[in-house]
Design a binder for this molecule. Structure first.
Ligand code: SF4
Ligand code: SF4
Length: 233
């Protein structure tokens, strides 16, 4: 059976079909894009590259840093004169990069492992993107000294703020019932999220081996290292 082209796989994603009509290369999206102000990022060129339908060009994108800079704010959507949505195109490219394992070829892409192991697993385990009991300052030194102090006095801080951390009943950061977490897991299973998580783990392990470093060290680097080579100078 003939293998699907990368462009065909993008077209199978409804976000891509909705996000790309025909780009006229006007650059309005880049002018409005907040990520383009800070990163070496140009949504106009991404829309132009994918509409080439050239698999070599698309593979280059899937391996690149560029597809990880978008903040998915969707400011570009309402401005595009052709009703394209570069933010949706990016979402489809990211998913395909993860599914193909190309994400490990860029520093920002490799950080998908850290995101999967924090935000992703927090959602499944606790029902929250950020769950304070597993937010360790050592893994997020950029969060600063106040965050460190809050972590060291977590229960006291939440009691004073009036939240319901891990409590039953209503309130901020209340315990999410197991039945609801089971439903979330079922949604991940049927929508391909679980499989994508497994792919991220498997491909990251392969990359660690290729780089000749223990997987735990690789994992730590994805959470803490930044080459600072991403910004517009
Ligand atoms: S605003 Fe729309 S048409 Fe213009 S470059 Fe961006 S995606 Fe293409
Ligand atoms: S969705 Fe992405 S590409 Fe569009 S404006 Fe926001 S950051 Fe830029």
């Amino acid at each position: 059976m003939e293998k699907d082209t990368l462009y065909k796989r993008l077209m199978d994603d409804c976000r891509f079909r909705e996000g790309l009509n025909a780009c006229i290369n006007c650059g309005t999206c880049t002018a409005i894009c907040p990520a383009a102000e800070f990163y070496r990022y140009d949504p106009r060129s991404i829309a132009n590259m994918v509409q080439s339908q050239d698999d070599a060009v698309i593979e280059e994108l899937l391996r690149s840093e560029a597809i990880w800079y978008c903040g998915e704010c969707m400011s570009c959507v309402s401005r595009c004169p052709r009703k394209n949505a570069p933010g949706l195109i990016i979402m489809a490219l990211r998913s395909l990069s993860q599914d193909m394992g190309y994400f490990t070829e860029s520093e920002k892409g490799r950080q998908q492992l850290a995101l999967k192991r924090t935000v992703g697993e927090n959602i499944l385990n606790y029902g929250y993107c950020i769950y304070p009991r597993v937010f360790h300052h050592a893994m997020h030194p950029e969060s600063g000294p106040v965050s460190k102090w809050v972590g060291e006095h977590l229960d006291d801080v939440h009691r004073r703020l009036g939240s319901n951390l891990d409590g039953n009943g209503p309130g901020v950061l209340r315990k999410i019932p197991q039945a609801a977490l089971d439903e979330l897991k079922a949604i991940f299973d049927v929508t391909g999220g679980t499989q994508r998580f497994e792919t991220i783990e498997r491909c990251s392990r392969m990359k660690a081996e290729e780089m000749g470093i223990p997987f735990e060290e690789y994992s730590r680097r994805t959470a803490t290292l930044n080459s600072n080579n991403h910004s517009v100078k």
